[in-house]
Ligand binder design. Sequence first.
Ligand SMILES: [Zn+2]
Length: 66
Amino acid sequence: MAKKQKSFTDKIAKGTGVRGQVCPVCEQVIREIKVIRAARNEEKDSWRFLESVEKVCKCNEKEVLG
Ligand SMILES: [Zn+2]
């Protein structure tokens, strides 16, 4: 099992509803989504979960959602 994986980061994105804010750049409704990233700690051989709320529109959805 010497398969090399680029990243162990797992992203789970959930929609939290529309707030009605519109991005002035792409004119899309901005969504607030909760992003949970699972990050592996190689030293301790454990996982931790980082939770954050991100504002997503067309400008950055690829970045945020991967
Ligand atoms: Zn935008």
